[in-house]
Design a protein around this ligand. Sequence first.
Ligand code: SAH
Length: 334
Amino acid sequence: MNLEKFNDILKNEPSYRLKQIKHSLFVDLINDWQEATTLSKELREKLSKNLPISIEEESLVSDDQKTIKTLLTLEDGQKIEAVLMRHTGNRNTVCLSSQVGCPLACEFCATGKLGFTRNLSSFEMVAQLLFFSRLLKKEEQRVTNVVFMGMGEPFLNYDNVLEAVRILNDKDGLNIGARKISISTAGIVEGIERLTKEKLQINLAISLHSAKDELRSELMPVNSKYSLQKVVGVVKDYVNKTKRRVMFEYVMIDGINDRQSDANALAKIMKDEFYFVNLISYNPTGIFKPSSGAKIKRFKELLTAQGVEVTQRYRFGDNIKAACGQLAGKSIST
Ligand code: SAH
């Protein structure tokens, strides 16, 4: 699929035609332009030739059928991963990648070990979602939630990510509510500042993982540039201006960031009614060990006792390496 030339190719078409085309692609969820019967044969041919919409992919389904991990091959042969998580009650969340690889090199993250190749275009992000939308349509279901928590750092590809958000959010298209879209960042200050100024109701999540600068810098080298103080400072401003809640993600790593002193340091930072902590089990990537259930419970109790709101992330897809931090864009069959 390559929709890069979308606007170029269609710039001379009347606006009602553009509407029909978008409707075919994003509402009817066609797999092939030939299915777009509202368009003339000529236009269908032109679109088939210039805007291919078939998606090259390999997918894996988890044992419990709740998770599908898809490896998509892009026009230039690069590979990225996206994940569908099926909750009860027809809630379907898609986790999107924003870059091929990632430059941030977080110690605990498989994508971080790959290094950075390139940014994704907005349409490459939309294509990941379209793949799952087409799949769910067969069961008369739809994608209801989107999280930018796949490969890459969304705020190092700010413009394209925001353009993708606008395409996803379009009422006449995929129509995914802004409140159902979340962007997770390792704490790129400029990105948070820019998001504060957008008139968008999307959700912001911050990957914190430690409330101590020294440890955070070890786990996340980006902390040397954007210290806790800087990150928390811009998040405060975001909350003051937008009155939106912010989720702080915290991966529980055994003996590293799960001690009582870590919980106390975290509780100090979390003193704001708009903040909440999301505890994530560390998904093994070969370096650390995950905290035990008992340790996570204790950590949670320590936070709760200090007035911090805490949620725990449900573990999706660990048996197919589709869980957070395990996306490495490797071929699935090998
Ligand atoms: N770069 C962005 C988004 C991608 S990572 C960010 O840092 O937020 C999405 C989430 O998965 C982040 O909170 C990240 O820290 C977390 N994560 C990374 N590796 C993980 C692992 N091995 N186990 C659990 N969560 C992990």
